[in-house]
Design a protein around this ligand. Structure first.
Ligand SMILES: [Zn+2]
Length: 310
């Protein structure tokens, strides 16, 4: 379709404004305290419950629908550009559209969730003694993890595991309580676990889950073992609470599991066992190596768990 005179100039002006605003949003040195106060505990805290409530009531991943529709539109319009005018002009339009659409998607991601990357760290907001993190503490934690796994094994397996696609009320209640402990004031709606068309990639890349930064959904891998699921879901809920940092989401996810049912506690301690054993130095460096205690655990840690980053 040929543009009429006067239509392209406003479009170019709007595109230019979008590119400039996106560049400013990406590069402007916004202070962490301002993000914490006005974005994470202000705008984001206000929109998250509504967005996740809506996406929870859709049976499929809205993230998939967004990516499929944007990709299809991009291909169709790009093909029209290439075959409707000269190759050079068509290519230039595709490149310009790539920049504009990319900027729009990036800006939307930043506004809906991404500014949480720049909020204050959890360790700066809560009492934290860095000197307490030492080898002896790690060894005690590893030992406690193995003891808890042994104690919880019969209870957890007798209780059974929550279905993959529902919000576990016990885990959601624990999530609320743990958020209060971190100083969160507003309510965070827990995301219903969903699978995605990217499951094939998740399985092969060893990805356990992610949150959808546009519709604030909890997307989890289809091959998660039941024992893995509570911790992975609680971890993704940590992201929904505005904790962008992986370590912070792990901490919150772990505490959430420990506040929930024995099955969820088992999942949390299983995660901690893997983490602690991965952080411990080789046996020759220590007179006693906590990993050796793992053999006492009544359940083996499948290699799928051991190799998968969360
Ligand atoms: Zn994560």
């Amino acid at each position: 379709m040929k543009s009429r005179p006067g239509q392209s100039a406003p479009f170019r002006a709007r595109s230019l404004v979008l590119l400039v605003v996106t560049a400013l949003a990406a590069l402007a040195p916004l202070p962490r305290w301002a993000i914490e106060r006005w974005y994470s505990n202000g705008f984001y805290a206000a929109i998250q419950p509504a967005i996740t409530f809506v996406s929870n009531n859709v049976p499929f991943a809205l993230f998939d629908a967004l990516l499929i529709s944007v990709s299809a539109a991009f291909v169709v319009i790009g093909a029209r550009d290439l075959f409707g005018s000269s190759k050079l002009r068509g290519t230039a339009r595709i490149l310009a559209r790539t920049a504009v659409w990319g900027a729009a998607l990036y800006l939307a991601l930043l506004v809906v969730w991404g500014f949480n990357y720049r909020r204050e760290r959890l360790a700066d907001r809560l009492p934290f003694d860095a000197s307490a993190v030492n080898q002896a503490a790690v060894a005690r934690l590893a030992s406690a993890a193995v003891e808890r796994l042994n104690a919880l094994h019969p209870l957890a397996h007798a209780e059974g595991w929550t279905r993959a696609s529902v919000v576990d009320p016990s885990l959601a209640g624990a999530f609320e309580r743990v958020l209060r402990l971190t100083g969160a004031s507003g309510r965070v709606v827990a995301g219903r676990p969903k699978h995605t068309i990217f499951d094939w990639y998740f399985r092969r890349a060893g990805v356990s889950g992610m949150i959808d930064p546009y519709f604030l959904e909890s997307l989890v891998a289809g091959d998660l073992l039941p024992v893995e699921r509570p911790f992975v879901i609680a971890h993704e809920w940590g992201h929904l609470a505005g904790l962008a940092d992986e370590g912070e989401a792990n901490v919150v996810g772990w505490f959430v599991c420990l506040q929930a049912t024995p099955a969820s506690q088992y999942s949390g301690w299983l995660f901690m066992t893997r983490r602690r054993s991965a952080r411990c130095p080789p046996p020759t460096a220590w007179p006693w190596h906590p990993a050796s205690a793992l053999v006492r655990a009544p359940t083996c840690v499948p290699s799928a768990i051991a190799s998968r980053p969360v």
